[in-house]
Design a protein around this ligand. Sequence first.
Ligand SMILES: Nc1ncnc2c1ncn2[C@@H]1O[C@H](COP(=O)(O)OP(=O)(O)O)[C@@H](O)[C@H]1O
Ligand SMILES: [Mg+2]
Length: 505
Amino acid sequence: MPPVIEMRNITKTFPGVAANSNISITLEEGEIHALLGENGAGKTTLMGVLFGLHRPDSGSVYIRGEKRRIAGPPDAAALGIGMVHQHFKLVPAFTVTENIMLGTKRFLLNTKKAAADIAALSARHGLGVDPHAKIEAVSVGMQQRVEILKMLHRNADILIFDEPTAVLTPQETAELMKIMRSLISQGKSIIFITHKLHEIKAVADRCTVLRAGKVSGTVNVADTSAEQMAEMMVGRKVSLNVVKPPPREGQPVFAAQNITVWGARRETAVRQASFEVREGEILGLAGVDGNGQSELAEALAGLRKIHSGSLTLRGKDITRASVKKRMRQGLAHIPEDRGKRGLILDFSLADNLALALYDRPPFSRHGLRDFNQINLYAQKIISDFDVRAASGGQTSARAMSGGNRQKAVVGREMERKPAVLIAVQPTRGLDVGSIEYIHKRLLALREDGCAILLVSLDLDEILELSDRVAVISRGRIAGVLGAAEADKNTVGLMMAGAGKGAEVT
Ligand SMILES: Nc1ncnc2c1ncn2[C@@H]1O[C@H](COP(=O)(O)OP(=O)(O)O)[C@@H](O)[C@H]1O
Ligand SMILES: [Mg+2]
């Protein structure tokens, strides 16, 4: 039998980027085929070609042995191809049924019957979706199931999942794996995009690895170790395990007491949060995206007002202190939005790297800046953190890529040897090599006695690095766990809103 999908020698370039170079991949009937690759490797582009969102420069697509031209998503849908995108395409104010019927010919017709059909479909696949629920009222995990239902309702039997687990808690991820297996048992075939190796190990039959737009290989998952796949992804040996010396019993240096913070729409984003970070420890802040962690981090850094409560750094109250004042007291911050807040885009890279130290010796004496000192200092960060910029320190920050801007900000904040570091998603979107290096540097800072608050959506990263883990859920600190009790299951349940020690039924 021919494969359900064969993509042959697909090449797709965007201005200046070879997103896909001569990629060939097959999906067999009844298989879960993982597509693995670092950010920017070309996974979404390849699936965009299959789904009719991109027209390839060259190459062809065969569906069940027949060459097909897929000019747009309707063509793909007609061929039985469905896709759950990285960012869902649902209308928040509409119900599940309305969202699923939207765009079909029968929209507005007989919604009662449609709802009943959807309920039946949901039951058949064990999805547990309420057809009458409004999208804005259901969890992200549930929204994803609505997207799955949408594909099934259109009779798709080739299902593409683009990084579906990035937005899920560990429990939701486990549920999704079950759903994927059940879909396979009902005759579907699946392409599963991820960059998490353990997920591939858990669920996939074969795995195609992309690196910089090219296939670095296709393997049978059962015969291949996670380390081997990581190596194919990065192009060199990587150590997947972090070695961490035991924590010291440090004094609290950074303490939040009953902090309440408002969000962009004046809603209460963080409610009465209390925690402390001790000298020489990494406190991880775990949570599903959108549960107040961004607002909390901004408030701690001085970028957002603390509505009530208090914040102290080495015993000094900094609740109302300016960003600059906090910096002077030894607070460093790797912000989430590195494009806007991390760097001053009109400045050179070197000036950005010396930003916080600008007006003091050795960078400035008697009001005169010493460009040699600034450049030397910048050069060290540039080489240590592998920041790639066309004209070195003289490159305008605006001309740098996102990943390199990020490494620059991380390097600058770490190099300052702060007393407290708030690191928000310090490795998001970086390649495995840079992640490895940043993790090492975080641990080195910890050894030097820095108190680190690590905010990350990547629970694996949090569990690997943290000495203790605080979990934030709907703006509240649901609990703070010691490393011994902070396992994936416990933290995951707390992220989903169950309190510490709550029973799940
Ligand atoms: N619409 C686009 N226009 C220009 N460049 C793009 C576009 N989509 C993706 N790219 C570039 O193509 C490369 C591959 O991106 P993508 O397929 O999204 O990777 P992945 O999904 O593996 O993270 C990246 O360098 C990205 O910046
Ligand atoms: Mg992608």
